[in-house]
Each structure stands twice: as C-alpha cells, then as structure tokens.
Design a protein around this ligand. Structure first.
Ligand code: ADP
Ligand code: MG
Length: 923
C-alpha cells in the first residue's frame, strides 16, 4: 500500500479493514497478532542454558579446586605406581571425588540461582510493561502494548508513549516529541490531513512508535508494529543494555579478586615454607610431606575466598525486589534496593500521593457573593447556600462545567463514579448540585445552542486550561486555572453590580483566594472572553487567553490521606526528611503540610515557584536543607530542587506523575512514579513504581531497603569473619608448628581442604542465606540513613578481624592442645574442625546485629534456627560416619570432647559481645 501519510484517513482505514467507530474485532486482532507477531523490537538472542552453566566453572574458586583435583590425582598416581603408600593414594582419590562433587553442586546452585534471579526480574519487568488504549469490538480497552496490531484504533493523551506507528484520525492540540527518530528536540504539532511526500519529521499526520505525547490528545489507526515501525528499522542501532552490577555486587567482586591474589600469594608461601619445614625435620622430602604441604596450601586457598558470598548476595537482592513488589513497590533494578535504604530526602507531590485526590467543591465565590456547597464525594446532591447577599452564579457554573472534560456516571449500585481529572470532576459535581450540566448545555433540543470548538488541555506548567465554544453566533473562550495565573490575564471581574475593572476588585478577589487557601482549599479561577471567529478558530493559545472576565473562584477540598501522618512521623524518626511539592497555592500547601506533620508551625517557610525562578542556584543550595514545602511550582523546578539537595550529599527520592516530571525523576536517586494515575513516561523514567499510588508505600519501601541492606551487612560480617578465622588457623599451623607434636607431624594442616570447603559451603553459606531473610532490627527506623559514600564494609572490618582472629586462634589452640594430649592427627583436625564450625554457629547470632547478640531475640528468625540446627547436626554426622571419615579426614570423638567443642567456642562470642554490650551501656 502507498505510505499512509499520502492517503486520506478513510482510505487508510479501508485498506486496513478496520473502522473508526468499532476498531477491530477481538478475533481479527488475534489473527493479525498470530500472523504478524508481537509489537516488540527483536531481542538479542538469549544465552543458551548450557553456556550459562559452563560459565559457573569459570569462577576463581572452581579453578583453584580443579587444580587441587589435578594435584590430588598426580600424588595418587605416585602412590599407586611410584611406590608410595596406596592407602594415602585412595584417600587422595576420595578427596578429589568429593571436591568434584562439591564443584558440581556449586555449579548447579549458581546456575539455579542465576535462572531464578532472571525469572523474578523478568516478572517484575512484565509488571512494569507498557500498555495502550485501543478500540476493540466497539469498546475502549487497555491492552499490553505488545498485543497491538495494524488496524487497531489507538487513543493517546499527554504523557503516553505512542506504542506503534499510527496515522492520526483525530487530534486535539496534539504534539509529540520525535527526537529519537529525527533528533529534533522540539515537539511537533499533529494534524489529520493527507500530505504530499515528506521526510519523517514533516509527516505531521503520522505518529511514531517510541515518541511521547507532550501535549493534547489524539486518536490514530495503527499502521505498523514491532520491527516494521520506523523505530524498528533503526532498532539494531540500539545497543542492548547490559545488566549493571549494584554497588555492593561491585564491592564484593573487587574484594573477591583481591582475596584471590592474596590466596595465590599465601599458597606459594605456604608451599615453600611447608616443604622447607619437612626437609628440616626429616632431612629429606618424603612424598607424604609433599602431599600434605600441597593439601595445606589448597586448604588455605579455599579458606581465603568467600566463595558463597556473590551467590547469596544476588539471591538476597532478588528476594528483596520480590518482597518490595509484594509491598506494592515495583523496582526496576536491583540497584534501587540498595539506594532506597539510604534515602534521606523524600520529595513528594501533594495531590494524590499525600492527599486522597477525592476533590469536592465546598465553597465558591461568584458575582461578588460567597456560597457554601454541601454534600460529599461524587454524589451530585447538596444544598448550595449563599453566605452573603445571594446573587447569580449561573455563568460561573456554566463556564466551570463546559471548560471541563470530566463526567460522573451512576453505576449499577446507584453510586456515582468519577471519570477524568479529579479537579474537573469536583466542578462537574458542583454543577450537578446546581442543576447545571454539560449534557444539558450542549443538548441541541434544549434551549441552548452551544458547541465546543477547541480544547486546550490543562498543563501543570501553565496551570490553566481553555476551551473555545460557539454559543449561537458568538464565539467565546472559557479559561480556568490557578487564580494568580488567571488574574494576570484578567481585565475585569463580574461583580454584583455588573462588570468592574480588575484594579478595583483585585484586593477583594485576592482575599477570597487567601481565605479559601488558609482553609486548605485548592482554588480555581473561572473566566470568559468573547472573541471573533478568526481568533476562535485559528488564534494561538496566548492570543486567546487574555483580557479575560473573571466569573468566580471555586474552593476545592482534597482531604489528606489519613495514614500519611503516621508515615511521615516514622520517616522523621528515621532521619528522613519529607518535602511537599505542589502546584497549589502556598497557603493551601502549608495548611495541608501542617495537617500531615510535614511542618510543625503555621509560620513555616513556603517557597513558591516564582521565587524559585528568581533564585540563584547558590541561594537555593543554602535554603534547600530547611525547606519542607514548595508551592505553585512547575515540574521544571523539581529538577533544581533535586540537584540542590544532591549537592548536600542527600539521597533524594522524588515522585512525579506528569510528563514534565520525567527529567526530575531521572535526576533523583530514586525516581518514583504512580502506578495508577501516573503517565507511561514517568513510569518509564522511574526506579520505583507505586502500584497503589500511596505515600505509605514509599515509607515501607525505604524500610524494606534498609532491612535488606542490614541483612546483607550481617551475612557479609558472618562470612568474612569465618574466612579470617580459617586463614589464621591454617597459617598459625604453618608458621608455629615447626616440629612434630605427639603423633602430629609438622606438616599436618590444622584443617583439611575438604573441612574448609565443608565449612564454607554448609556451616557458613546456609546460615548466611538465612540471615538474608532476617526480620529487621527493632531500631531500624530509628537510625539515621546510612552514608552512601561509605562502602558496605565500612565500620565492619574491626569487628570482622577482631572476631576472626579470636576464632582462628581458638581453632589453632584446640588443634595444638589435641596434639599435646597425644591424639592422632585426624582427631586433632576433627577437634579443630568442630571448634570452627561451632564457633561460627554461635557467632552467627552476634553477626545478626549491628550492636551485639544481646540486642536481638535469637528466636526471631526461624529460618536461621533451622539452618543452624541443620549445619550443626550435619557437621557432627560427618565426624561419625565412616564414609566421611575416609573422605574428609574426620574421626569420631568422645562424648566429653563433643561437649567441649560444642560449648567452648561460644565463649569468645559471649565474652566479646558482653564487653561490647557493657561498653555500649556506659555510653
Ligand atoms: P498539584 O499536582 O500539586 O495538585 P497541579 O499542577 O495539578 O498541582 O495544579 C496546580 C493548580 O492548577 C491548582 O492549584 C489549580 O489552581 C490549577 N488546576 C489544577 N487542575 C486544573 C484543571 N483541571 N483546570 C484548571 N486549573 C487547574
Ligand atoms: Mg496535579
């Protein structure tokens, strides 16, 4: 078919076998979807599962282990065929098989973990996917953008993305931004006539996939989807974005690489030292000595690397993301989990987030008289009573409901439901109460002859909206908006005695507005102007909206959400500042802020958009830490507020719902979009989407972010302490055991490589994992937010090394004691092994707290108790079962010894924690 921009719109519809009134049938749409495929850009091919699986073998630890296996086989071969000890050879074979088994388990686990993580991230992404409003079978319905097909009738409004290429059928002041295709940053006006051939940027009757609607609204027919769109044609130029690691993931990756280097150094050092020792004590190098030296070196290498850490970390982060989603907070990357917990400033829109967005006109002023309006909600019944000398409000009402796109409809249960902008709904309800409705005014059979000719929609930067109407032969522009804005374009005011010039009425009107605003009412001024036909049909916006006649002011109540006050208090306790940002009047904003506890004095400073405009960046920087309310701001100001706060090193979360909010959301550390009332553009720019539009969800997300971060800190503390202890115990053996003691040779490692592996995989990783699920510490929301510039390890190293060194020394002492007591090597190693295991299992309860063991209920985390119980009994079992005795080098102990290795390792934890608790109490 010829390019749709060349054709008349009806020709395009006919060609695509669709209709403007009914759209496609569901069946036709389904058939086209099957035939043409989904409306999505081609994805880079998925990495096949086997490659992902193979990838797990590239981990440093696995490589070290594979080398260990190789060495074990060499020494076994020597034992069997080179005249060595065949028993030792068998042990080496067992050991290597066990190591291989562990590698397999490890690979399986990381593979499963990566798959599971990907799955839950995909699920989150799907929830955040784009939607489109289409006409199917004569009904408008919201469908996933992926399901769009050619022939669909698509409706868009300001803030939407255009999800496919369309030929416009009907537009109202429609403008779109096509910068992604044309590089042209300014929005383009759209129209519906056929045009001669032109470049993409000049095809004003077409809309393109990926552009956003910056103004107005429109209806178009989809002409191309997916890879067939203009965007699709250049899509292979768009690089696929690799998933970025979060800061903690990067810290850990760096740590692991460093520890790898340390491990390699230690291994060679140990090997040299051990061989030297063996040569010194026996005068020659026996094969057993070489094998033992090797086994010590391997054990050390394994000990130095916190191998379970990356896997546990990414699982915990993914679990965190899922947890947030259950709380109605949808995050789009794992980074957000970390940042959320560090949030120190939350800048929130007032309307809809802090308030209910259930607007009702309670008072108005028209023709020089004040009126009270009764009734609540959307129910169109309520008395209108004059507060002063009664006068006429007909013109004010008529202008309020005509310059308005909202409606209310009674549902099956007799309850009135609002459709459209809440502010406009409030005016519609007010009109109904006075018996003045849009339907009635536009009804051709009635007494009126009114047509709506043009609509210039509400825009929160201009803070007004207008319609042009034709009443009989007379054209009029009706404008309504923020009173200060309207007054700036007003020439005269309708008063009881007729029209008066603005100068004489200005004070009166301003007092009315301030009176309403001080009562927390949102104010709207309604105005009118007679214009000629030419201006009416072709005039620019600015030419229409001036020399207005003010008809009246409406005062609208939008009650605060009841649960927000407690939420704000919680945040204040947690050292998080809450800032309200609104387009409303300063007095309205302050009154609501006071009700919500955002400010605590009626004198609190409110900065207005106009003042912000004048203010230098430097002044704003100085003021911004103390300001809690911004009024009459435009979305453009939000970005400046974010930047100023960020210069103070604050971590800023910022909400937004309109298209102009997107840059501020991107600038914020956490951009927050509204899931229900937000525009697609803001959802796209956001890091966090509130599925329920509720402020409390932000608070809960911050709390969840802190919980997860705290848990990560806890298990890192636990894991790293173990690594320090293992390395130290082994090193002490290497350096201090220079002579045989009792039955234990100088080259016998304190722990066998498999014991170290066991500790890392079982008694370390399992409880760590459980720590990742832990409940928050009681004072979590009583602490100030953490400093994001500090690494996750900040403030933990002292404790990690302190506890690690004591634990490592204890393990070595236990080994040394056993050697002196005359036990065989296997017994001494088993004693050391169990001392380490139980040292860890006691310590895990201490690692759970930022402070000490005694600050937490040890039974609060059921998963941890199970993990500890499992790790404890499994570790005891491997010393009892003959199979593991052979493989791991363990041996059964006596009852007394078991009791000792279970209980004694608790002492350091209890003593160190006790000292710290006393010290904390002193302070
Ligand atoms: P916020 O999002 O903080 O409520 P808005 O930008 O929606 O702020 O509104 C700012 C001001 O614009 C309001 O105080 C009101 O005076 C005016 N206003 C809001 N909605 C409309 C509308 N639909 N028509 C005309 N004026 C409006
Ligand atoms: Mg708003």
């Amino acid at each position: 078919m010829p390019s749709p921009h060349l054709q008349h719109k009806q020709a395009v519809l006919t060609e695509l076998e669709t209709s403007r009134r009914h759209g496609l049938t569901a069946a036709a749409a389904q058939a086209r979807l099957t035939q043409m495929g989904q409306n999505a850009l081609a994805q880079p091919p998925k990495i096949p599962a086997w490659r992902q699986f193979a990838h797990t073998f590239k981990e440093p630890l696995v490589i070290i282990l594979l080398i260990a296996v190789g060495l074990a086989w060499v020494s076994a071969a020597y034992d069997f065929f080179g005249g060595g000890d065949p028993a030792h050879g068998m042990a080496a074979i067992y050991e290597s098989i066990a190591i291989l088994l562990l590698i397999a388990i490890n690979a399986g686990l990381s593979f499963w973990q990566a798959q599971a993580a990907q799955k839950s991230l995909d699920a989150l992404k799907n929830m955040a996917d784009h939607h489109a409003l289409v006409l199917r079978d004569g009904q408008w319905e919201q469908i996933p953008a992926k399901a769009l097909v050619a022939g669909d009738i698509l409706k868009v409004k300001t803030g939407d993305f255009i999800e496919a290429d369309v030929r416009w059928l009907q537009v109202a002041e429609l403008m779109t931004n096509e910068a992604h295709l044309t590089g042209e940053a300014d929005p383009v006006s759209k129209q519906t006539h056929a045009i001669a051939d032109a470049q993409i940027g000049d095809r004003t009757n077409m809309g393109y996939s990926g552009s956003m609607v910056t103004h107005g609204n429109g209806i178009g027919v989809v002409v191309a989807t997916g890879m067939h769109t203009e965007l699709g044609k250049i899509a292979d130029l768009l690089a696929s974005v690799p998933t970025k690691k979060t800061p903690i993931e990067r810290t850990i990756a760096k740590l692991t690489t460093r520890l790898m280097a340390v491990a390699i150094a230690i291994v060679f050092l140990t090997l040299g030292l051990e061989l030297f020792k063996a040569y010194q004590t026996t005068g020659s190098l026996s094969l057993t000595a070489v094998a033992e030296s090797l086994s010590t070196a391997i054990a050390l290498a394994v000990a130095a690397i916190p191998d379970a850490l990356p896997a546990v970390l990414s699982i915990v982060l993914t679990i965190g993301a899922t947890m947030l989603a259950h709380n109605n907070g949808l995050i789009k990357s794992l980074n957000a989990v970390e940042t959320l917990g560090a949030t120190s400033f939350i800048a929130s829109d007032k309307t809809g987030t802090l308030t209910q967005n259930q607007m009702t006109v309670t008072r108005f002023w028209a023709n020089g008289a004040a009126f009270a309006v009764e009734g609540s909600g959307f129910d169109p019944v309520g008395e209108i009573t004059p507060e002063s000398a009664a006068d006429d409000y007909q013109r004010f009402m008529a202008a309020s409901v005509l310059n308005n796109e909202a409606t209310i409809q009674e549902d099956a249960d007799g309850i009135f439901q609002p459709y459209g902008n809440p502010t406009d709904v409030a005016l519609v309800v007010m009109g109904h109460k006075a018996g003045i409705t849009r339907d009635h005014l536009l009804d051709k059979n009635g007494t009126h002859d009114i047509d709506i000719v043009r609509v210039i929609p509400f825009d929160s930067t201009r803070k007004m909206m207008s319609v042009v109407i034709k009443d009989g032969a007379q054209y009029q522009v009706l404008t309504k908006g923020a009173p200060d804005v309207i007054l700036a374009h007003t020439a005269q005011v309708a008063d009881a005695g007729g029209l008066k010039p603005l100068e004489t009425m200005k004070q009166t009107v301003e007092n009315v507005v301030l009176g309403f605003a001080n009562d927390a009412l949102r104010t709207i001024a309604v105005a009118v102007r007679d214009i000629d036909e030419n201006l009416a049909l072709h005039g620019e916006q600015a030419a229409l909206e001036h020399s207005l006649t003010l008809l009246g002011i409406a005062g609208i109540i939008d009650p605060p959400r009841p649960e927000v006050r407690a939420s704000v208090a919680t945040l204040h306790q947690a050292g998080v500042a809450v800032v309200m940002i609104t387009g409303d009047h300063a007095a309205t904003a302050r009154a609501i802020a006071l009700k919500l506890g955002i400010v605590d004095s009626p004198e609190a400073t409110v900065i207005q958009g106009a003042a912000l405009e004048e203010m230098s960046d430097e002044t704003l920087f100085k003021l911004v830490p103390t300001i809690r309310v911004y009024a009459r701001v435009s979305p453009e100001h939000k970005q400046r507020i974010v930047k100023a706060l960020q210069r103070h090193n604050e971590v800023v979360a910022m909400t937004g719902d309109g298209i102009n909010d997107a840059p501020a959301l991107r600038a914020a550390d956490i951009g927050i979009a509204m899931g229900i009332n937000g525009t697609e553009v803001t959802k796209d720019a956001a890091d966090l989407i509130l599925l329920d539009d509720q402020f409390t969800t932000i608070t809960r997300s911050v709390e969840a972010g802190r919980t997860i971060f705290g848990n990560i800190k806890n298990f890192m503390r636990h894991e790293l302490t173990t690594n320090v202890a293992e390395v130290l115990a082994l090193l002490l053996g290497v350096v201090l055991m220079t002579r045989p003691v009792g039955q234990v040779s100088a080259t016998t490692p304190v722990l066998t490589a498999l014991m170290v592996l066991w500790v890392n995989m079982i008694s370390d990783a399992l409880p760590s994992f459980a720590l990742g699920y832990d409940v928050p510490e009681a004072d979590l929301m009583q602490r100030p937010p953490r400093n994001v510039d500090q690494s996750v390890l900040h403030g933990m190293l002292g404790r990690i090394f302190g506890r690690g060194i004591v634990m490592g020394a204890l393990v070595y002492l236990a080994f040394l004691w056993a050697a002196h007591a005359g036990y065989p090597a296997a017994t001494a190693q088993t004693i050391a092994f169990l001392t380490l295991v139980f040292g860890q299992l006691w310590h895990v309860f201490d690692a759970r707290s930022n402070r000490t063991l005694f600050h937490r209920n040890p039974f609060a985390n059921g998963k941890l108790l199970i993990a500890v119980a499992f790790a404890a009994s499994a570790s005891l079992l491997v010393t009892l079962m003959p199979f593991f005795n052979t493989v791991m080098g363990t041996t059964p102990l006596s009852g007394t010894l078991y009791l000792a290795v279970i209980c004694l390792p608790a002492l350091p934890t209890l003593i160190l924690s006790g000292i710290k608790a006393l010290w904390l109490r002193r302070r």
